[in-house]
Design a protein around this ligand. Structure first.
Ligand SMILES: Nc1ncnc2c1ncn2[C@@H]1O[C@H](COP(=O)(O)OP(=O)(O)OP(=O)(O)O)[C@@H](O)[C@H]1O
Ligand SMILES: [Mg+2]
Length: 267
């Protein structure tokens, strides 16, 4: 099997390093490295009808160490995607604080969160979120264009290299509607890796892939952690994703929310 060790690697010396948290101090050993993602007293509710709210998350604390590989599991509807959206700054919590690489996401405006995400976070969305009018290469290049972390002249070559490494060299000029689900998923993965992000969020990244392709993707994500010291937080159910994980979390163990609208007792 191919070794995807250079997917997402490179740009030595240009990697964003996370700053130690003042509250935790600095100078810790590897085993005590400060969390690159830290949630404290995070609540997330969605408004429903008749003034009621759906409480989805109530997480007293969650810490993800820099360079670690963390797998999040839990049943459908338990709040896994909501958790990743909060860490990515796509949504904001109803209350509480979320730090990513030392930045309090809850203190940023929406445009500031967008810029922060482009520079610090790669996100493989559960729903892919590819841009329909653009080809596979253009979708990956647009992520680089927005972040401005990769020199312009290198962007196309890097997009082609990432897509080829994920087995899509014959699909570079295809638009999303001309790709299978598994191919779209791999374009979404290439796009998330495009800026060599210090934090990678992956929401069921292998859901549409066959076992062999899933293995290639999982090995790529592992090598990001082990060789490039990137932090990977992955929502996954398959046992292959658990191999070598530093931390496996069942969201029900960290989340106290009832998952029910206000005023409705837990069954
Ligand atoms: N924008 C929203 N408005 C109202 N409810 C929402 C919204 N987004 C999510 N929810 C609700 O929050 C709960 C958690 O959703 P979420 O997508 O985080 O679950 P999940 O664990 O990722 O599920 P799955 O495994 O099916 O992807 C669900 O019950 C969902 O209906
Ligand atoms: Mg989900």
């Amino acid at each position: 099997m191919r070794q995807p060790q250079d997917v997402g690697a490179g740009r030595e010396g240009q990697r964003h390093t996370s700053r130690p948290y003042a509250i935790l101090g600095s100078g810790q050993s590897m085993a005590q490295t400060p969390p690159v993602v830290l949630l404290q007293e995070v609540h997330k509710s969605f408004p429903l009808d008749q003034g009621r709210d759906l409480q989805v998350l109530d997480i007293p604390q969650l810490a993800v160490r820099e360079g670690s590989y963390t797998v999040v599991q839990g049943p459908s509807g338990s709040g896994k995607t909501t958790l990743l959206n909060l860490i990515a700054g796509i949504t904001i919590p109803t209350s509480g604080h979320i730090w990513v690489s030392g930045t309090d996401m809850t203190a940023l405006s929406e445009p500031q969160r967008d810029r922060f995400r482009a520079a610090h976070i790669g996100y493989i969305f559960q729903t892919f979120n590819l841009l329909a009018p653009f080809t596979a290469v253009e979708n990956v290049m647009l992520a680089m264009l927005f972040a401005q972390a990769i020199p312009k002249r290198a962007q196309r070559q890097r997009a082609v290299a990432l897509l080829s490494r994920l087995g899509l060299s014959a699909r570079l000029a295809h638009r999303p509607a001309q790709l299978s689900r598994g191919e779209q998923q791999r374009v979404a993965i290439a796009r998330a890796l495009a800026n060599d992000p210090p934090v990678l969020l992956a929401d069921e990244p292998c859901a549409s892939l066959d076992a062999a392709t899933a293995q290639v993707v999982l090995m790529a994500l592992h090598s990001l952690c082990r060789e490039s010291h990137q932090t990977v937080l992955i929502v996954a159910h398959d046992t292959a994703a658990l191999e070598g994980a530093d931390q496996v979390l069942d969201i029900r163990d960290i989340n106290r929310a009832t998952g029910r609208p206000d005023g409705v007792d837990r069954a």
